[in-house]
Ligand binder design. Structure first.
Ligand code: CA
Length: 226
């Protein structure tokens, strides 16, 4: 079944170009020119990924990402930000607003498709379906549910995969580069700082005691430990 991609972009020519490229690569596409349309489409269709233009009038791009992330139904929906020039875009702010990845215009269709496929892959259910526990955390890869004691923890797709990786490889230190390879996949071109942002988000979502399991090892990377 073709993955359903929502393209949110106010410039019609760009939107049409993206639609054409995605359709050519076997995706099913939906188009929105503003946040109202975007949220309406997301609520009515089972969208698998959102391509979101950062440069929408007002601060609509960020607002859409924040509003998708704050709703329980769309909290895990993968988002790729489309940005104009790298210097006009605050990468960390983009990622903190809830995007999983970003791509700078102009980009090649090939690069865009590779990014989409990589993000869909890391949002897809894991191959290892065994329930794992560590301390008070319980993670079920089959249902994508994470619990800290009795409390349900809701994570974005990248944070979920990051936690799943740590829980299946406890007590070992991984560098940012290794985490990018294992969790993001070898074909993704993301900066090492991206790892820090997602670690921060993971800790925030875990709150309280469990967040202390995700430890920074100075000069080396991160590990899951008590
Ligand atoms: Ca635009």
């Amino acid at each position: 079944m073709a993955a359903k991609i929502l393209i949110v972009e106010d410039e019609i020519a760009v939107r049409e170009m993206l639609t054409f490229a995605l359709k050519n690569n076997g995706f099913e596409t939906f188009e929105a020119g503003n946040s109202e349309e975007a949220l309406n489409i997301v609520s009515k269709n089972n969208i698998n990924l959102v391509l979101l233009d950062w440069m929408l009038p007002g601060k609509a791009g960020v607002d859409i990402a924040i509003s998708l992330r704050s709703s329980i139904n769309t909290k895990e929906l993968p988002i790729i930000m489309l940005t104009a020039k790298s210097e006009e875009f605050d990468k960390i702010m983009g990622l903190e607003s809830g995007a999983d990845d970003y791509i700078t215009k102009p980009f090649s269709t090939k690069e865009l498709i590779a990014r989409i496929k990589a993000l869909l892959r890391r949002s897809a259910p894991q191959a290892n379906m065994e329930v794992v526990t560590f301390g008070s955390i319980n993670l079920n890869p089959m249902t994508h549910k994470v619990k800290d004691g009795d409390k349900n923890i809701i994570l974005g797709p990248t944070e979920f995969n990051l936690l799943h990786f740590f829980m299946t490889h406890p007590e070992r230190v991984y560098s940012r580069t290794q985490l990018l390879d294992f969790v993001w996949g070898a074909n993704v071109y993301v900066e090492e700082r991206t790892v820090d942002v997602h670690i921060l988000r993971l800790r925030k979502s875990l709150e309280s005691e469990a967040s202390k399991y995700i430890q920074t090892v100075r000069g080396a990377g991160y590990r899951l430990s008590k």
